[in-house]
Design a protein around this ligand. Structure first.
Ligand SMILES: Nc1ncnc2c1ncn2[C@@H]1O[C@H](COP(=O)(O)OP(=O)(O)O)[C@@H](O)[C@H]1O
Ligand SMILES: O=C(CO)[C@@H](O)[C@H](O)COP(=O)(O)O
Length: 502
């Protein structure tokens, strides 16, 4: 009999499920898309039921369309979009739409957190309070929706909610717990000090589990709807970037990952909890037990390109649009784009900054604009790499994952803008692959994630920096780097006007 593990990658644009055999070969994949709701500037929400339906339908299709037998599915684990607040009542019902990682309505609450605890907050959590994180969202609900807050008994993160419905048990894994900023990174527990400071009952924080720990088995109900066997073992899983890093083989300090999904991420493996970037980068528990990672996040990486496509090239094929942009000259005929279309997180924690095109010229065409968007997103990653440079961190290889890594052009562009070797994976399902590996190790198929990586992770093509392009992009980056400072006052004035119109 064949035996499979399933990695569920609960992304922002879609859920992708991948079935893998013991040798790390992909047996089948399915995905299901869902909407993002942005009812006001800075708001970003999804209905947790959409994640649930999407995951169940995708899982059903693995069985009905791809012919996997339910009894062959031995284990399931998750990779989830991080930080999103799913608020539950005493019976485990969802109380309001989930507030996502790119929801930036909580600037006031972040300020209050930092005013009250300051550096102590960074010491405890490893992070500054930023709008996307879960604690400020809890405080926002408490302040603005007291009738909902009164019913709230616990909270979960996105993938933990899907796992809860699957198994009937609530838990959060350590890699996602750090992203709540309610977690004490040195003690390895929920922080009583932070909960007390902001009057969050400790009882709201669910039990903590490791990414490779068994969280339960499939409930009667979920078995009936999904076609999964009740004996299927379900493992903790991790935040999407931790899982992406596992699936990309980022298992030692000299390697860095770049991920172009809805968000953009530059991530580095860290062996212990003592490295201090003073909040300039996020610091999180890894999905590999007792290890950590740091990262910087561009809020709208793939999201900027998707926005441009929906708005100006809705009828075009995505790949064709990117291929046409690749044929435009380096630097898009003098057009620069900053990807701050939903505000920014790293290096500018600024909810009110907005994107701009600088250098618009009547000789440019639509594909210069697409190219400028792609180049601008990649320059924003270089801003993050600069922070690592400033902290004396050195590495020579970047492993690229995410939807953006499907494009040869974008992979080469990363090598040229970063001036580093960029390596792709033979299958770019980084986070889903990482999630499947967590289930494989949880089941005992492998002794460790490092062992599992030897079978499951396969590096693909390498992209070396091209000297002439590197020089051109160095010059352009010097201009790009000034755009934030020179446009922030204008963006803030516009945001004040918009808020008055609402
Ligand atoms: N062929 C392609 N070329 C370049 N970028 C792509 C391509 N296909 C998808 N993308 C980008 O990848 C992003 C989706 O990446 P993915 O890792 O699936 O996101 P998420 O996990 O956030 O749902 C999209 O926002 C899109 O901009
Ligand atoms: O906020 C973060 C990390 O801190 C994001 O990376 C989210 O975890 C969403 O990821 P994608 O949907 O872009 O994969």
């Amino acid at each position: 009999m064949n035996e499979y593990v399933i990695g569920v990658d609960l992304g922002t644009s879609a859920v992708k499920v991948s079935a893998m055999d013991r040798e790390g070969q992909i047996a089948a994949q399915q995905s299901y898309g869902y909407d993002l709701h942005q009812p006001h500037p800075g708001y970003s929400e999804q209905d947790p039921r959409d994640w649930l339906y999407g995951t169940t339908i995708a899982m059903d299709r693995l069985i009905l369309r791809d012919g996997l037998k339910a009894e062959e599915i031995k284990g399931i684990s998750f990779s989830g979009q991080m930080h999103g607040l799913v608020l539950l009542d005493a019976d485990g019902n969802v109380l309001r739409p989930a507030m996502l990682w790119n929801d930036t309505r909580t600037t006031k609450q972040c300020q209050e957190i930092m005013d009250k605890l300051g550096d102590k907050f960074i010491d405890i959590t490893g992070n500054r309070a930023l709008e996307g994180f879960t604690l400020p969202k809890l405080l926002w609900v408490k302040e603005n929706q007291p009738e909902i807050w009164a019913k709230a008994k616990s909270f979960l993160l996105p993938k933990d909610y899907v796992r809860f419905v699957m198994t009937g048990k609530q838990a959060i894994d350590y890699s996602d717990a750090t992203g709540t900023v309610l977690y004490d990174i040195k003690k390895g527990t929920w922080s009583k000090e932070i909960c007390d400071a902001f009057d969050i009952p400790m009882s709201m924080c669910p039990p903590l589990i490791r990414s490779i720990d068994e969280a339960g088995t499939v409930t009667d109900n979920y078995s009936m709807f999904s076609g999964l066997k009740k004996s299927t073992r379900v493992f903790g899983g991790g935040g999407d970037n931790a899982c992406g890093a596992v699936g990309a083989g980022i298992l030692k300090p000299n390697m860095v990952m770049s991920s172009i999904g809805t968000s953009g991420v530059v991530l580095k493996y860290e062996p212990d909890a003592n490295v201090n970037y003073h909040g300039a980068l996020q610091y999180e528990c890894h999905a590999i037990p007792d290890t950590y990672y740091s990262m910087g996040v561009t809020l709208a990486a793939g999201h900027s390109l998707n926005w441009f496509k929906h708005t100006f090239a809705a009828d075009e094929d995505f790949t064709e649009m990117v291929n046409r942009a690749a044929k435009r000259p380096l630097g898009a005929n003098g057009l620069l784009f900053t990807p701050y279309v939903v505000g920014e997180r790293t290096p500018y924690a600024d909810a009110d900054i907005r994107g701009s095109f600088i250098g618009v010229d009547s000789m440019q065409n639509k594909y210069d604009f697409v190219r400028a968007v792609i180049e601008g997103i990649t320059f924003s990653f270089r801003d993050i790499l600069n922070i690592y440079d400033q902290h004396g961190q050195d590495f020579d290889t970047v492993v690229a994952i995410g939807g953006g890594a499907k494009s040869d052009f974008w992979l080469q562009l990363q090598a040229n803008i970063f001036n580093k070797k960029v390596v792709s994976l033979t299958n770019e399902q980084g986070p889903g692959l990482g999630a499947a590996m967590l289930a494989a190790v949880g089941l005992g198929w492998y002794d460790s994630l490092q062992d599992c990586a030897k079978k499951f992770v396969h590096f693909g093509k390498s992209y070396e920096p091209q000297a002439a392009a590197v020089a051109t992009y160095n010059d352009l980056y010097k201009v790009y780097h000034q755009v934030y400072d020179q446009t922030k006052d204008l963006s803030h004035q516009l945001m004040t006007l918009r808020n008055n119109w609402d």
